[in-house]
Design a protein. Structure first.
Length: 346
């Protein structure tokens, strides 16, 4: 059992969720039984009154499809009592481009299609609690995007609005247009992904009282120390395409992992490197909610326990020293021009 919970922001500021959320992308690669146990373990470990924040996407399977949502539909059909114990965030509004990639489309027509597609896949047992365009569409004025989202929310299509990979200035603009409208923002934050854009967004979210869902706090698993070579990745693992998981980059980045591991093991009692990374991300602001992924019940519980870990100033400075001495090797995601469809700060 973990003890800490936090409030979401904006229109969801009365909702308490676990201090650490659960990203569900990895669940499409395992059996329903294993996936269901991974979800249930987290829900059952939370304090009374707190919901488990679950995060999924309309494109969370190997074909950019709804496989993850269909899995959740089967989960809530089997365990309908868990619907009220969870707060479900769904990312969407990413349109196939005909070349094997997906790109943002936040026109009203496509947003409505996306929301309806997600809810249909989820089925009747669970409503979308929070909907996020996965990237800010540069082709649609932001004022129009927000107006579209407000309209769909007010029609009862989903409960609350989220934004993903947005700038701090964009979040401020959303609040100027519609005060209190955004409940959460999602962005990658980890010991190897914490630049000025993240800092600006966290500062804006702190000022406005908006929850920050910090996804991939474990560096897509590399920061846990369990991956020491590209050969450690299972066959077909999507991470093999990432620039930082190329063999030379992995070897260089292991210096960061070893430094963090030493800090984690120096605690009494010791914690895992993954727990240290999650606790560090949580320490970056009062509205931070680390969002690691997990497909195993044991790992879900390990991640949640990190929400109860309070790092000392000495430990935080030691982490900062490791990061300063060992710059990250490799680009975010695929590297080069291929990054464009995945990394759009809007």
């Amino acid at each position: 059992m973990v003890s800490q919970s936090v409030k979401l922001g904006g229109s969801a500021s009365n909702i308490s969720v676990g201090k650490v959320a659960h990203g569900l992308m990895l669940l499409t690669a395992v059996s329903d039984e294993q996936a269901f146990e991974a979800i249930k373990a987290g829900v059952d470990a939370l304090p009374s009154g707190a919901k488990m924040f679950l995060n999924t996407g309309e494109f969370y399977d190997k074909t950019w499809g709804i496989g993850n949502l269909l899995l959740l539909s089967r989960f809530f059909e089997k365990y309908p009592e868990y619907a009220e114990k969870t707060f479900l965030s769904v990312k969407g509004a990413m349109k196939p481009d005909g070349q094997g990639l997906i790109k943002p489309d936040s026109s009203m027509e496509y947003l409505q299609h996306s929301v309806d597609n997600c809810q249909k896949a989820l089925g009747p047992n669970k409503k979308i609690d929070l909907y996020e365009p996965a990237r800010i569409d540069p082709k649609v004025p932001f004022e129009t995007i927000m107006s579209n989202l407000i309209t769909l929310r007010d029609e009862g299509k989903f409960g609350h609005i989220g934004l993903s990979e947005c700038k701090g200035s964009t979040l401020r603009k959303a609040y100027e247009l519609y005060p209190g409208s955004v409940a959460a923002v999602e962005v990658e934050v980890s010991a190897w992904e914490y630049g000025q854009e993240q800092k600006d967004l966290i500062a804006a979210a702190t000022e406005l009282g908006v929850a920050v869902l910090a996804y991939s706090p474990l560096g897509h698993g590399l920061l846990t120390g369990t991956i020491k070579s590209s050969t450690d990745l299972p066959e077909g693992d999507f991470r093999a395409r990432f620039d930082r998981f190329k063999e030379d980059n992995i070897k260089a980045n292991l210096a960061i992992v070893e430094g963090l591991k030493a800090i984690a093991e120096s605690r009494k009692p010791s914690i895992t490197p993954g727990q240290l990374c999650i606790a560090w991300v949580a320490s970056l602001g009062p509205t931070m909610i680390p969002l690691p992924g997990s497909s195993k019940a044991t790992r879900t519980l390990e991640n949640l326990e990190a929400g109860d870990i309070e790092l000392t100033n000495k430990e935080i400075k030691a982490i900062e020293k490791v990061l300063a001495e060992h710059p990250v090797s490799g680009e975010r995601y695929l590297g080069g021009a291929a990054n464009a469809h995945l990394h759009l700060w809007g």
